[in-house]
Design a binder for this molecule. Structure first.
Ligand SMILES: C[S@@+](CC[C@H](N)C(=O)[O-])C[C@H]1O[C@@H](n2cnc3c(N)ncnc32)[C@H](O)[C@@H]1O
Length: 246
């Protein structure tokens, strides 16, 4: 496996194209068998599924073999899409398409399920401080989520499988503007992965609504403070210390 020189390479199409030139198959965070109990709970076999950033994982082909046949697989790497389409050309109800998740071109309300495993992680791993994700990454995730919401049918589900701790990832998903709720399960023993389901048309929990309001308050405070930074007055001699009456 070709490891990147820097974590930020995981965002680059050129990195993935090069990697997929030689790599045949790799499943991030394990494959279908670890998540099948949840996927079976959340997806009906006849439903239409869009995967974003499918890579060369066996997830979709395993799902296909387990009865989930209507899968549209997308990735921004033409190298991997070409290889996967050729390798699985006998799985005729499944399709492969080059597409950037930042520019999802399917019509509105065309899928019951949008599924991603490790794709949003790939565009976030270069962040140095998960408590303070950069505005650029927040905007990118927001733009992807708006598109995911757009292509989901009413009642459709966005399923996101991630290694990100819920206290970092949940705030990105639990926003009123997307019009979905957020539920989470963890999978694994020593090391946990998180399986998050957002169902379009459901209300966020009271806790998520309050948490979003708190975050917004903090953001406004930060913005206000950076516009009006607290500074010492010029010629400040700090003689306020001397003025304190004891
Ligand atoms: C960490 S891998 C996960 C692959 C696969 N989903 C799995 O579970 O093994 C991330 C994948 O996302 C793809 N990717 C990264 N950025 C993307 C983007 N902007 N649009 C579409 N695919 C992207 C990469 O090409 C890569 O295949």
């Amino acid at each position: 496996m070709e490891l990147p020189g820097r974590n930020s390479d995981y965002r680059e199409k050129s990195y993935w194209d090069e990697r997929y030139t030689t790599e045949e198959s790799y499943d991030w965070f394990t494959g279908y068998s670890s998540f099948q109990h949840l996927l079976r709970r959340d997806i009906l076999p006849q439903q239409h599924i869009l995967t974003i950033g499918c890579g060369n994982s066996s997830m979709s082909t395993d799902m296909y073999e387990n009865g989930f046949k209507h899968i549209t697989n997308t990735d921004f790497s033409p190298v991997v899409i070409e290889k996967m389409a050729e390798k699985h050309k006998d799985l005729t109800e499944m399709s492969w398409q080059v597409m950037d998740m930042c520019d999802i071109s399917f019509p509105a309300e065309s899928f019951d399920i949008v599924l991603e495993k490790g794709t949003l992680d790939a565009v976030m791993v270069h962040e140095r401080d998960p408590w303070n994700t950069s505005q650029e990454t927040l905007d990118l995730i927001d733009s992807v989520l708006q598109q995911v919401e757009r292509v989901l049918k009413p009642g459709g589900k966005f399923i996101s499988i991630t290694f990100a701790q819920p206290h970092f990832r949940r705030p990105l998903y639990a926003r009123k503007k997307y019009g979905w709720d957020v539920n989470m399960s963890s999978v694994g023993e020593a090391f946990h992965f998180f399986y998050m389901v957002m169902e379009k048309g459901k209300q966020l929990s009271e806790k998520d609504i309050l948490a979003e309001k708190e975050r917004e308050k903090k953001r406004l405070l930060r913005e206000n403070n950076s516009e009006n930074p607290v500074t010492f007055m010029e010629n400040d001699t700090e003689d306020f210390v001397l003025s304190i009456e004891l």
